[in-house]
Write a protein that binds this ligand. Sequence first.
Ligand code: SAH
Length: 430
Amino acid sequence: MNEYDSGKMADILHSNHNYVRTDSPDNADVVILNTCSIREKAEDKVYSDLGRLNELKELRPNLIIAVGGCVASQEGESIIQRAPYVDLVFGPQTLHRLPELISQKEATGQPQIDISFPEIEKFDALPKAESKGPTAFVSIMEGCSKYCTFCVVPYTRGEEFSRPPEDIINEITGLVDQGVKEITLLGQNVNAWQTIDNFGEELDFTWLIEQVHQIDGLERIRFTTSHPLEFSDRLINAFKRLPKLMKQVHLPVQSGSDKILGQMKRGYTAKQYLEIIQKLKLACPEISITSDFIIGFPGETEEDFQATLNLINHVEFDGSYAFIYSPRPGTPAAKLLDNVSEEQKKQRLAKLLQITDSAHIHFSNNMVGTTQDVLVDGFSKRDTNQLRGKTANNRVVNFIGNSRLIGQIIPVKITAIAHFSLRGEIPQLS
Ligand code: SAH
């Protein structure tokens, strides 16, 4: 989501003020830190980065320093108090006002702060999306109304709000016209997307996927991140019915202990989560499922952690992201006694990652020798002589090939695994 938002900031500053992106802050007239506050570490980084930018500003006093994103939303004016050389503070829902904020700063010499939640206005104000390659993100809903006790999102991005379907379809059609083949629908709770049509009928996320599916030239659809609560049977069946919907789901569970899930206010039990997974695997046996886990939530006992490991063994996730619990300002869980020691948290995290990483390698090994449809999206990060692409189940594959293949979906034979990616080769025609 932040990557998508950063792209939008660059687009709007280009169209309104003719700014272009540079590779280094040394060449910049404006430096924007687009921040994340989901965990404490990301937040700490903002202030250390700002310290470095201040040194640049001492050399070039006209440099404009802006802080956007969720840390800006959370901290507001206190950013300016702590770092008075910051010129602009804006939230995820006011990024479209950047050109105006810069003009006001230049006119008044005063720092500008706008961390309000004007919702729809943002998307209306943004310029037409420009493709940066064969894959693109499209934000379809923002914010979150779930209020999980650990999570800062409802306070920094506001409540759930769905973009109108016409806007979404227009954005995607425009991107496909520019050669985009794969779209990832984005939202903090992407499957909570909903709208009401002219006849008063409720339309859900599955309906939206069906509309996107009809767009000619679009070949692949993904979405992230979904919440188990709105993972309906209709959505599960869509994986069976809709060939463009890639057989891959990221469905955060957070914990396998009902006690902890209750305290997190997730709204489901481990059993209910497992039922969704079972139905998904039944509808689509080859589906790749990944998840998120929080380790060391206040009160997590060895038994609770064991319940999480049991759930992992049951599901056989294709991959996972695990995070040590980080108390977030203003969230209900931040008031709970954090009684799990750092040592225990680290041990549990290591144990969990060992299991989930080896499952990932197991699935990768199973892919070796198979031929996969790969959307070639550019050059390999490590070796620019190689191409890079993604399989239907969202694995990165690097292989040798002609750069003319970028933007196409081609068969690639998987030859080996390389850490978290795969190596492949284009099969020789015999
Ligand atoms: N909307 C998604 C979560 C998006 S945030 C959901 O409800 O599942 C991405 C991940 O960050 C979460 O899934 C969670 O595992 C992690 N996370 C969020 N808040 C956290 C916190 N306070 N401490 C540690 N991890 C956290």
